[in-house]
Design a protein around this ligand. Structure first.
Ligand code: NAD
Length: 495
């Protein structure tokens, strides 16, 4: 990491300076509270960030409400809104290295992964600028020449955006870009575990010239701020990405208020490998799918479902390769995988490994922290593979959100489909086979929002992302991701 990127990262976060952005101004929290943000690879404190009070959160919501009700933004011509999105994309690209550093310091993921995230964030802002520029009213022929019937789209209003810690900048950008394009105002609340990159993004959005009150930022614990952010009629839409339990809480509040709520939740994603699948790419992608970012990925392929005839050899190949994955500080280019994000997450994974053994799964590799002295202060955990698992085990059914891969075996296509759907979640899944008919049959039968055929983990800003079943109720990205932030109005005009 170059010196300029390091000092730019410090500048962007404004360490020691206010970290809340309300009504166009950087402010400290009302009671002076702060939280120390640590590097999960070393345990060192990397920044001290203001911790908002519920009063700060209410002030941010009020600012967004004022900016929507009286400000110019909702009625700003589309060309100006899309120009702002393009300026933000340009600034993100300019500060890519600094942003990647912040993301790695906060999450522990490797710099390479953080750079992919920043590239994707740039493409999301560009995509929504392009899409919004082409949006047109829908004209309807009602069979009367004296009537003009039009369906128009308008911004939904004040949006509260609550994000998780695994992809801090990416997840919140999937919300901000379409919301800004649509003309909404907003309050951002990143995870308290990973505050830094959203501070930097807000600084860049401010630099790009967003009017005061359109984008507000509060930092802090969801449990403390949640009510002020969600249980109010001043908010028109809550867009949440995170865990199922929090999603349920938010859903209940939103239902009571009749507030729109889009919740993007967890996954327990099957990776189905048939005996005729191409071997090398299958081994590669099953490993990456399970262990990228130490498995802290909502769409991680944590359930390997492999055809019985190749299962023993395939698992042996995975074990051999998993044991060679180099764990280390994400800032070190030699590291292939970073640590877990926090001590809490590490304890959770240790608990699941104990549970898996108690449930009778066969531990083939991992199942402990690495022994290397230089990793001792970080929250590292070895890639772990449990073989001979079955549906009755909690490690097969629950989202562990860590480097744990479970292995189940199947004989027939029907069994593969049944196992692939044998989860309360429905976020993503993959099928690998050289038979296109089988691939198509399985892809269509799986009840998940994204399916990869002979590939894993890819997505594009232009295609919808979201879950079936307990993985959520909304869609981000693509045209539907813009529609989430729009109200639809029918105008019937007699001429
Ligand atoms: P989490 O639910 O604990 O927290 C998510 C966010 O909600 C945080 O900002 C947190 O502060 C906030 N929060 C907590 N309680 C709240 C409350 N009562 N009211 C309002 N906000 C509250 O989730 P996490 O541990 O940060 O993230 C991991 C989860 O996110 C996993 O389940 C993962 O699968 C999911 N995830 C899903 C997607 C997707 O696209 N579907 C993407 C990334 C992560």
């Amino acid at each position: 990491m170059s010196e300029p990127a390091t000092s730019r990262a410090t500048e962007l976060v404004g360490n020691g300076h206010p970290a809340l952005f309300v009504d166009g101004a950087w402010v400290h929290s009302a009671d002076g509270g702060v939280r120390h943000s640590g590097n999960p690879a070393t345990g060192e404190v990397v920044a001290t960030v203001d911790e908002a009070t519920p009063q700060d959160a209410a002030a941010a919501v009020a600012a967004a409400r004022r900016a929507f009700d009286t400000g110019p933004w909702p009625a700003t011509p589309v060309t100006e809104r899309t120009a702002l999105l393009r300026r933000i994309a340009g600034l993100l690209a300019r500060d890519k290295e600094a942003l990647a550093r912040l993301e790695t310091l906060d999450t522990g993921k490797t710099l390479e992964e953080s750079r992919w995230d920043i590239d994707d964030v740039v493409s999301v802002f560009t995509y929504y600028a392009d899409l919004m520029a082409t949006e047109a009213d829908r004209l309807i022929d009602v069979g009367d020449p004296q009537v003009i019937s039009r369906v128009v789209r308008e911004p939904v209003g004040v949006c509260v955006m609550i994000a998780p810690w695994n992809y801090p900048l990416l997840q919140i950008s999937w919300k901000i870009a379409p919301a800004l394009a649509a003309g909404c105002t907003m309050v951002l609340k990143p995870s308290e575990v990973t505050p830094l990159s959203t501070i930097a993004l807000t600084r860049l959005i401010d630099e790009a010239g967003v009017p005061a009150g359109v984008v507000n930022l509060v930092q802090g614990s969801g449990a403390v701020l949640g009510e002020a952010l969600t249980d109010t009629d001043d908010v028109d839409l809550i867009s949440f990405t995170g865990g199922l339990a929090t999603g349920r809480t938010i859903g209940r509040i939103a239902a009571n208020r009749v507030t729109r709520a889009a919740v993007e939740l967890g996954g327990k994603n099957p990776h189905i490998v048939f005996a005729d699948a191409e071997w090398e790419s299958s081994v590669d992608q099953v490993l990456t799918g399970a262990f990228l970012h130490s498995g802290q990925v909502c769409s991680a392929g944590t359930r390997l479902i492999v055809q019985a005839g190749i299962a023993d050899d395939f698992v042996a190949a995975l074990v051999e390769r998993a044991e060679k994955i180099r764990l280390g500080d994400g800032l070190d280019p030699a590291s292939q995988t970073g640590p877990l994000v926090s001590a809490e997450q590490l304890a959770k994974i240790e608990g699941y490994v104990e549970l898996g053994q108690a449930e009778g799964a066969v531990l083939r590799t991992g199942g402990q922290r690495p022994k290397d002295a230089e990793l001792a202060d970080g929250f590292f955990y070895l890639p772990t593979i449990f073989d001979h698992c079955d549906r009755s085990m909690r490690i097969v059914q629950e989202e562990t959100f860590g480097p744990i891969l479970t292995v189940e075996r199947f004989e027939t296509v029907e069994q593969a489909i049944a196992l692939g759907n044998d989860t309360a979640y429905g976020l993503a899944g993959a099928v690998r086979t050289s038979d296109p008919a089988v691939a198509e049959r399985v892809a269509r039968a799986l009840r998940h929002g994204t399916i990869w055929i002979n590939d894993f983990g890819y997505y594009t800003a232009a295609a919808e992302w979201g879950g079936f079943k307990k993985s959520g109720n909304g869609r981000e990205l693509g045209p539907t991701g813009l529609a989430e932030y729009q109200e639809i109005k029918h105008i019937w005009q007699h001429t």
